[in-house]
Write a protein that binds this ligand. Structure first.
Ligand code: HEM
Ligand SMILES: *[C@@H]1O[C@H](CO)[C@@H](O)[C@H](O)[C@H]1NC(C)=O
Ligand SMILES: *[C@@H]1O[C@H](CO)[C@@H](O)[C@H](O)[C@H]1NC(C)=O
Length: 269
């Protein structure tokens, strides 16, 4: 009995020294969003656990403290939504409103058909697919490109707008950087697309349970991640997608296809 208590307090102590607040599943009256990270922050109590009445500053503070992502950038995203929704405080379910940030062809959520939908649950099928799209132990730039193509196929013939496409790239980048194994390479060092690895088990646990998978080695980045750190990843996913879709390098898309055929024929002669 005494040893049980000792073990329990040891666990509590080690949790305290790691500095993460304990995870608690959302209750029946708690609201959640279509964003896996905001839900995780609420589940760990860094955003109100009930998911209600949250300001842009609260989003930014939580993301900076726990994930170490540039607070100004996060505040801008949050403010963009708040302004469009004409609110100073939002409930997490508000983020499910289509056409502001929420969009079709998500990595983990089925398309929302009803604009008032409060169903923000992740699709186990989609998470499974995202994991299976990589044949290594890592989610990578290449596997995310494959997943993006797959989910865009699922939504077809509906297509993402240009703005939504950019959001989708940023979100895929967030996933990879936040779950990356080891320090995230600086965007200024022009790392190759292969420099990133988000261990599958970590990503799966995070997305399924919406909790920080500390026992799988997850740690917040020691360096504050800024916009420039996303550039190599977004560029990588963009280029990989084109390659995998058989579209070839970007420069080809600027050359009319009849000219491309001409060049191909010439080179055969
Ligand atoms: C550390 C900060 C954040 C991280 C790591 C993060 C991560 C992600 C990821 C990976 C997705 C894609 C999910 C999917 O495609 O299924 C996503 C979606 C989303 N995020 Fe976040 N997010 C962050 C902050 C925010 C903030 C501040 C907001 C707004 C207040 C926000 C709102 C959304 C929304 C509305 C979606 C749904 C988009 C969709 O329809 O798929 N996120 N986020
Ligand atoms: C939301 O939070 C603000 C600031 O903390 C507070 O003034 C307001 O009364 C709250 N609204 C509700 C409905 O709880
Ligand atoms: C925004 O909110 C203000 C104050 O509540 C209100 O007067 C205004 O009509 C709202 N605008 C829109 C577009 O909903």
């Amino acid at each position: 009995m005494a040893s049980k208590i000792a073990i329990a307090s040891l666990i509590a102590l080690s949790a305290a020294s790691e500095g993460l607040r304990p995870w608690e599943a959302p209750g029946p009256d708690d609201l959640r969003s279509p964003c896996p990270m905001l839900n995780t922050l609420a589940n760990h109590g860094y955003l109100p656990h009930n998911g209600r009445n949250i300001s842009a500053q609260q989003f930014a503070d939580a993301a900076l403290e726990v994930v170490n992502i540039d607070g100004m950038a996060i505040k801008q995203v949050a403010n963009y939504f708040l302004r469009a929704a004409n609110q100073s405080f939002i409930d997490l379910t508000d983020l499910n409103r289509p056409g502001i940030l929420q969009h079709i062809a998500s990595l983990t959520r089925d398309d929302v058909k009803d604009p008032d939908s409060v169903d923000v649950s992740a699709s186990q099928d989609r998470i499974h697919h995202l994991i299976q799209d990589s044949d290594t132990d890592c989610i990578t730039v290449a596997s995310l490109a494959k997943t993006r193509l797959h989910v865009e196929d699922l939504s077809s013939p509906q297509e993402l707008t240009v703005k939504e496409q950019s959001l989708a790239y940023v979100e895929a980048g967030l996933l990879l950087l936040v779950m990356n194994d080891g320090p995230v390479p600086s965007g200024w060092s022009f790392p190759p697309a292969t420099a990133y690895c988000a261990p599958k088990k970590r990503v799966e646990t995070w997305l399924t349970e919406e909790r920080f998978p500390e026992e799988l080695g997850w740690k917040k980045s020691e360096r504050t991640l800024g916009l420039v750190d996303f550039v190599p990843v977004i560029k990588g996913i963009f280029e990989e997608k084109r390659l995998q879709a058989g579209k070839g390098p970007l420069w080809k898309s600027f050359i009319p296809s009849f000219l491309q055929q001409e060049t191909d024929t010439n080179s055969e002669l």
